[in-house]
Design a protein around this ligand. Sequence first.
Ligand SMILES: Cc1ncc(C[n+]2csc(CCOP(=O)(O)OP(=O)(O)O)c2C)c(N)n1
Ligand SMILES: [Mg+2]
Length: 615
Amino acid sequence: MASLRLTAAQALVRYLSAQNTEFEGEPLPIFAGCWAIFGHGNVAGLGEALHGLRETFPTFRAHNEQAMAHAAIAFAKQSRRRRFMACTTSIGPGATNMVTAAALAHVNRLPVLLIPGDVFANRRPDPVLQQIEDFGDGTVSANDCFRPVSRFFDRITRPEQLLTTLPRAMQVLTDPSECGPVTLAFCQDVQAEASDYPEEFFAPRLWLPRRAKPDDRELALALAALKAAKKPLVIAGGGVLYSEAERELLAFCRRFGIPSAETQAGKSTLPVDEPLNLGAIGVTGTGAANALAAEADVILAIGTRLQDFTTGSRTLFANPDRQIIGLNVQPFDAGKHGALPLVADAKAGLAALARGLAGYKAPAIWSAKAGKAQAEWLAKAAPYTATTGSPLPSDAQVIGAVQRLAKKTDVLVCAAGGLPGELHKLWQAGAAGGYHLEYGYSCMGYEIAGGLGVKMAEPEREVIVMVGDGSYLMMNSEIATSVQLGLKLTIVILDNRGYGCINRLQRATGGESFNNLLRHTRHETIPAIDFAKHAASLGAKAVKVQGVAALEKALKTARRARTTTAIVIDTDPMASTDAGGHWWDVAVPEVSTRREVGAAHARYIEAKKAQRLGD
Ligand SMILES: Cc1ncc(C[n+]2csc(CCOP(=O)(O)OP(=O)(O)O)c2C)c(N)n1
Ligand SMILES: [Mg+2]
């Protein structure tokens, strides 16, 4: 058996570069490359190995480990989990900087390969720089922080371990039900150690997306429930997009007259002008989707985790006889909320359901209700995005301007703050994949780095990042990376001088405005942060505009530009869209010296009565 003498790091990079997927009949590397920030723990071992294969397995340098992992995760999300990236860090702070991103990928079920450097397996130079010393457990290192936020974790302490660990890592990354972050903590001495690897370990390998078909009995039960449905409703989650099932879903809804509503991850699944598309559902939902959700008797939840924002913290599906069908590749999700599980890929599941439902049609009055509710909602929502000429526009008015200037193929990227709720309700996605919201972890700082990953996945589409001042300040360094890599972003920064949405939440729970907007913080001076100058200093074209008309002009210029543009606009921290939406469970203090908290608590206790628990 022929063998190759390689360091463990060389073997790892060589193996990764031999893994392929298929795109339109052609093989394509499944890894788009590796993000790397070097330090001790990866520069000598992995650094040398990545350099050796830099032509076929590109290495990208970012400015922050969390941010580079955000870019990698966004790449995987925008690639609908068909392709992904690796990320390597030094030991210690470089590694733990990436833990938040691992959690983000874990929550959102997105594949990413994380390779933090680790301490010496041979322990000879212990304690090394940045080593966590556990007094009672010699096997603990900083990388153990990754365990609860990894779908698969391993520590590479021997070179030959790669022969079993890497195929397992690939299995997790490519399995639609298991997929999520894989962490391989790579001891730095092992990275540099040579070993004889069998040549066939590096033979090109093809990973095809697996489409699990439903079980016969689960299918029969789901069909029986649907056939009896008088008010069926689909919830389209991210799984519909990952399964590339949007056309099948549209055909399914039309054929059987079933209205459909979208989660944050599922938004952009159906065309916005489809009368059966009710738009956003849940806490940040449209009046249309939420009205039908309250009555629905059978809810076909496809590819969704049914998190609290989708279910209104278990109060939205108010029909006492309602039955949920959980069509999901992951049994954990398929069985939530007492659902009849239908464990399958969305596309395969929809095909099986369609075959079995032949002859069924939802009552015409119910299907028609969807179109009517949608038209009513659009009329109700329109004034929020219309321009008023106010010098301090609302987030919704800024969204209106971005929308008017957007092309159908554009991708809108966002993650945290007040914007996700406003966008979920109001944004009209032009095409599938045109709405990229990280709302599983809703991580401030994802936006710009995420936009970079989106642009890498779909360079031909314009990527518009909308970000609040708070999120921007938390993480903005990848503006420089976007300039460096020639990956153009249009970044709209909404400066309401603080954490507007948390201030509003604080007020809604009876609290005094405190520690959220800059003016409510302990301060000597409120800093007048010049976001345009800041973005310009990182290499972006940047402009500050006043009001919506000037914003529209700047957006036109940004579209023509070839490089990353930041547009800063001052916005009103108090305004938000009060139409639509639904109750969300945020625990209010039971006792307080504040009268307002007492009143909010009484409202809270009342609202909680609508929660359906126990299934
Ligand atoms: C990393 C992280 N820290 C804290 C939070 C909690 N949080 C959610 S939104 C928000 C404020 C966001 O401020 P900004 O980006 O300015 O948006 P705005 O609320 O003003 O619309 C905070 C602190 C979070 N989601 N992520
Ligand atoms: Mg803000």
